[in-house]
Design a protein around this ligand. Structure first.
Ligand code: G3D
Ligand code: MG
Length: 171
């Protein structure tokens, strides 16, 4: 039987959550996005390399609107998630702090669940301007990568790392 796991994609409004899912699932990028209203759910079957060899995983990706009104609603979306992809926007001031706020909620509501951190829109910034994510990693662990939904840089790696972590710890 193929494992299916819920993965929440979280981050502030317009950081690129929907674009990253689209890049990952469809391999494409479009400039003319509709803002996500509420939540959009996409199922994506993939093969994950684990220490026990390749394993199929259905990733149920919950694309959650950035500006969720009220904490209670946000918390309801997290229910039952096996892990989270936290997205930040490299073109904004202090994207790591914004991601840390989302990570803190996940850590509280879903203790022990793995997270990975996507510093998105890397195509728009010089490599030298990439911030240091050590504080985020020190608090929450998980892979942190600069990535781009536009070019595809590091996108599959982030989703694969999260899938592998979920399967390895047996959530
Ligand atoms: P959200 O789902 O987090 O709210 P979206 O964000 O995926 O809707 O993306 C918000 C805007 O950022 C979109 O532009 C989208 O095209 C752009 N975007 C997302 N990812 C990237 C990226 O990696 N590089 C670049 N250059 N742009 C990106 P618009 O103009 O439609 O608001
Ligand atoms: Mg969206």
């Amino acid at each position: 039987m193929i494992a299916a796991r819920k993965i929440c994609v979280l981050g502030d409004f317009a950081v690129g959550k929907t674009s990253l899912i689209r890049r990952y699932v469809q391999g494409s990028f479009a400039e003319d996005y509709q803002a996500t209203i509420g939540v959009a759910i996409t199922r994506h079957r993939t093969e994950i390399a684990t220490s026990q060899g390749p394993q199929a995983l259905d990733q149920i990706l919950w694309d959650i609107e950035g500006s969720l009104h009220g904490r209670d609603l946000a918390l309801r979306y997290l229910e039952g998630a096996a892990g989270a992809l936290i997205v930040g926007d490299l073109t904004r001031a202090d994207p790591v702090a914004a991601m840390a706020a989302h990570a803190a909620i996940v850590a509280q509501e879903l203790p022990g669940r793995p997270m990975v951190f996507a510093l998105n829109k890397a195509d728009l910034v010089e490599p030298a301007a990439r911030p240091d994510g050590q504080t985020l990693l020190a608090s929450h662990g998980g892979l942190l990568r600069c990535c781009s939904a536009k070019t595809g840089e590091a996108v599959p790696e982030l989703f694969a790392a999260l899938g592998a972590r979920i399967l390895e710890i047996g959530i």
